[in-house]
Design a protein around this ligand. Structure first.
Ligand code: HEM
Length: 318
C-alpha cells in the first residue's frame, strides 16, 4: 500500500488537493477512474503515489466511510478555504525532490478533468531509521517519530480499517488520512532556551525523556503527578498520557518552507478510526504549552481506499 510502504516515510513529499468541477455530472465516474489510473501508473517508479477521497466527492446515499466529513475547525485554527479540504488528495513521496516534483507535475497534466485546489511541498530533514522507527528533524529542532509504531504489522494495526468496525465493506483495508498545515512561530520559539523548549515538548531535542528514562523505554508520568519533571501541559504528556495504550495513529509529517517566514509542518497522520485516532488526540492537545507557537491554516480529512478499485462503484452506486 503506497501510503504505508515501509516503516520509514520518504524524505520528500507533495500533497495536492484536487477538485472535480463536474462532480455531479455524467462523466464524473469516468473522471475518477481516469485519475485512479494516472495515480496507479505513476506509483512505484522511484516514488510512492496514492490517492485519498474527500467527503465532498461522495454523492447522497452512497456508502461513505463513517467518519469522513469536512475537517472541522479546532480551537485556535484559522482555516483558509484556499488551502483546506478538496474532493481528492493525491500524495507523491520519494527520496529525491526533483523526481517527486516531476511526477506531481505529470499527474496534474494528465488528470485533465481535475483542478488543483491547493498543494504543498514538504521535506523531512535528517530523515533516517533508528531501531525500526522513521525519524526526522522538524523546524523546532526536535526529532519526531519515536512514538510511532515500529513494525509494518503495528502500522497496519493502527492505521487500516478492519472488518466489523461498522464501515462499508469496500472501505475495509483503507485508512483515514488527516492533513494539517501548521505554521510555526519559529522566531518566537527560537527566543526560548533549549530547556524551555524541551519542557514544552516533554522530551529532549534528541528524544530522551525529561525524567531520565532512556529514549526507547516508557517514562512513568504517574510518578510525577504535579509535572515537576515533565510539565502537565507538555506535548507528549497530553498526546499519549497512558503509555500502555498509545493513540492509534501513525504520524508521517513533512516540514514546509514557503518563504517570508511561512514555515512549519504539513502534519499528516493515518488511522483506522478518526474519532479515536486524530480527534481524541487533538482534543487532548487543546491547552498544550506549544499551542501559542502554532497556527493551523489548512488541511483536510481524507480516506485512502484499499488497493482494489471497488470503491469507484461504491462512490457512484446508491
Ligand atoms: C504541529 C506541530 C507538532 C509538533 C512540532 C510536534 C512534535 C512532536 C514531537 C517532537 C514529538 C516527540 C517525538 C515523537 O514521539 O515523535 C511528538 C510526539 C507525538 N505527537 Fe506531536 N507534534 C505536533 C503536532 C501533533 C498533532 C497535531 C498530533 C495529533 C493530534 C500529535 C501527536 C503526537 C503523538 C501521538 C506523539 C507521540 C507521543 C508519545 O508516544 O509520547 N502531534 N510530537
Amino acid at each position: 500500500m503506497a501510503h504505508l510502504r515501509g516503516v520509514v516515510p520518504a524524505a520528500y513529499g507533495r500533497v495536492m488537493a484536487l477538485d472535480l468541477p463536474d462532480r455531479g455530472g455524467a462523466r464524473a465516474a469516468a473522471d475518477v477512474r481516469a485519475l485512479w489510473q494516472v495515480v496507479a501508473d505513476a506509483d512505484g517508479r522511484g516514488v510512492d503515489v496514492w490517492l485519498a477521497l474527500g467527503g465532498s466527492i461522495f454523492g447522497q446515499g452512497v456508502q461513505r466511510p463513517r467518519g469522513l466529513r469536512e475537517m472541522p475547525s479546532f480551537a485556535g485554527d484559522v482555516l483558509d478555504p484556499a488551502q483546506s479540504h478538496g474532493d481528492v488528495l493525491v500524495q507523491v513521496v520519494g527520496p529525491a525532490a526533483d523526481a517527486v516534483h516531476a511526477v506531481a507535475e505529470r499527474i496534474q497534466e494528465q488528470a485533465v478533468a481535475w483542478r488543483v485546489r491547493w498543494q504543498m511541498d514538504g521535506f523531512r530533514a535528517e530523515n533516517r531509521v533508528e531501531d525500526g522507527k522513521g525519524l526526522a528533524l522538524n523546524l523546532f529542532h526536535f526529532t519526531e517519530g519515536f512514538g510511532n509504531p515500529g513494525t509494518q504489522r503495528e502500522l497496519a494495526d493502527q492505521a487500516l480499517v478492519r472488518a466489523g468496525q461498522g464501515e462499508p465493506g469496500w472501505a475495509v483495508g483503507g485508512s483515514y488520512q488527516v492533513v494539517r498545515i501548521v505554521r510555526f512561530a519559529t522566531e518566537l520559539w527560537d527566543k526560548d532556551s533549549v530547556g524551555e523548549q524541551e519542557r514544552i515538548i516533554g522530551r529532549r531535542r534528541d528524544g530522551r525523556w525529561l525524567d531520565g528514562t532512556p529514549t526507547r523505554e516508557e517514562p512513568n508520568f504517574a510518578a510525577d503527578p504535579q509535572g515537576k519533571l515533565t510539565p502537565l501541559d507538555a506535548h507528549v504528556r497530553l498526546a499519549a498520557p497512558d503509555r500502555r495504550s498509545p493513540p492509534p495513529i501513525v504520524r508521517r509529517s513533512y516540514s514546509y518552507d514557503r518563504g517570508d517566514g511561512d514555515k512549519g509542518l504539513v502534519f499528516c497522520c493515518f488511522q483506522r478510526d478518526l474519532v479515536q485516532g486524530f480527534e481524541a488526540t487533538q482534543k487532548r492537545l487543546e491547552g498544550e504549552a506549544m499551542g501559542k507557537y502554532l497556527l493551523t491554516t489548512g488541511g483536510g480529512y481524507f480516506f485512502v481506499p484499499p488497493p482494489s478499485d471497488a470503491w469507484i462503484d461504491a462512490l457512484f452506486t446508491a
